[in-house]
Design a protein around this ligand. Structure first.
Ligand SMILES: Nc1nc2c(ncn2[C@@H]2O[C@H](COP(=O)(O)OP(=O)(O)OP(=O)(O)O)[C@@H](O)[C@H]2O)c(=O)[nH]1
Ligand SMILES: [Mg+2]
Length: 360
């Protein structure tokens, strides 16, 4: 059975709503040539994702393939680190040679030095790692000259971290890439050099990133992988900041004027308002003025939770799949309201708050 050369799904001519579909006349015409399924064709040429259903059994499929390989390149997302450098994957890798590629380094603001980022990642990774950007092709030499990358190496990681982008940048392949989690559906081999073959795999799904809750066209509009936007807030208590309609931050507490910055995707509306406005107008703003979500969803389409959190100066709150909040002058006491399963993590500031402030 032939495979799609973009996403690795087994080609089939029966069901357009399932992975790997290709019309039978197209398949017949390209009998001996490289071929992509209808979904990959549309992704490449029209930038649209045909929804072919959720990725099923990715974990068991990846674990099965993993048995055949001794060496693993684990790709994680630098701008969604806590959501993608996870125990669930780490525990599969016992006994394997592991190198971590921390991808999307280009998305950080230009003012941040490589040294600062190196320092932070060296304190937060338990494995050997290389900082890379598949998009800008930086870190590629350090990656391919790493002693682990010889022979056949399996590439794994959560969905949407840039595994296929990295393989396309390293090798002479054109794998399908999109901002929607679950693009790759099967295993694909890429010969990078005489001595190195990398093997792409379907991403391991997460269920706690905001991008896991939105539909493909909305995730594409968010443009989470472009350079992040950042905005500084210096606001009194009892004000509200919205990150689109999906995350509401109420500033609480006694501290007169905390200062914080929000780093998020260019497509996310950042809006500060009064509590009265936030309460009264939210459902009209949801998905219209406040994006994401997109389209006709209502707040009732999601299950919500609220959490009160105090952050000190130099700390950040990572909001999985959405961005992070960094405290410049604290303490900052907030109530965060967001969909129930979206993860939060408090961490040491990734971008030194002093430095960010200076560079504004
Ligand atoms: N800014 C930036 N974006 C990147 C980089 N690498 C990948 N992306 C973007 O990240 C998104 C996901 O890329 P893919 O290569 O499809 O990711 P994947 O890990 O193969 O995803 P799945 O196949 O769903 O598991 C796309 O929108 C890419 O353009 C990078 O180095 N920098
Ligand atoms: Mg992929």
């Amino acid at each position: 059975m032939r495979k799609c050369n973009g996403c690795g799904a087994r080609l089939q001519t029966d069901d357009p709503s399932k992975p790997g579909y290709i019309p039978s006349d197209v398949l017949a015409k390209r009998r001996k040539k490289a071929i992509v399924c209808q979904r990959c064709f549309r992704l490449r040429h029209y930038g649209e994702d045909l929804n072919v259903g959720p990725l099923r059994d990715a974990i068991s499929r990846v674990r099965k393939v993993l048995k055949r390989y001794e060496k693993v390149l684990w790709v994680v997302d630098a701008i969604d680190f806590e959501a993608t450098y996870i125990e669930k994957i780490s525990k599969f890798l016992d006994g394997k040679g592991v190198l971590v590629a921390v991808n999307k380094m280009d998305a950080f603001p230009k003012a941040v030095t490589r040294q600062e980022l190196e320092g932070w990642f060296s304190r937060h990774l338990k494995h050997e790692y290389v900082l890379v950007s598949a998009e800008r092709k930086t870190g590629m030499k350090r990656l391919i000259h790493h002693p682990l990358l010889r022979g056949e190496v399996l590439v794994i990681g959560c969905t949407n971290v840039g595994k296929s982008s990295l393989l396309s940048s390293l090798g002479n392949a054109r794998l399908s890439v999109s901002s929607y989690p679950g693009t790759t559906r099967g295993v694909l081999h890429v010969q990078v050099s005489k001595n190195l073959k990398l093997v792409d795999t379907p991403g391991i799904p997460t269920h706690n990133r905001l991008i896991d809750l939105l539909d493909p066209s909305c995730v594409m509009k968010l443009d989470m992988s472009r350079s992040l936007t950042r905005k500084t807030f210096k606001i009194p208590v009892e004000r509200v900041v919205f990150l689109g309609g999906m995350c509401r931050i109420d500033v609480l507490g006694e501290h007169p004027r905390p200062i914080f910055q929000i780093f998020t995707a260019p497509g996310v509306t950042l809006h500060e308002t009064s509590v009265a406005n936030a309460n009264g107008r939210y459902s009209n703003w949801f998905g219209a003025f406040l994006k994401p979500p997109c389209g006709k969803l209502k707040p009732e389409s999601f299950k919500w939770r609220s959490e009160e959190i105090t952050l000190e100066e130099g700390e950040e709150l990572a909001i999985f799949g959405l961005g992070w909040l960094s405290v410049r002058r604290g303490p900052l006491r907030i109530k965060v309201t967001l969909p129930k399963n979206v993860g939060l993590a408090i961490r040491e500031a990734l971008i030194n708050p002093q430095r960010v402030y200076e560079s504004r």
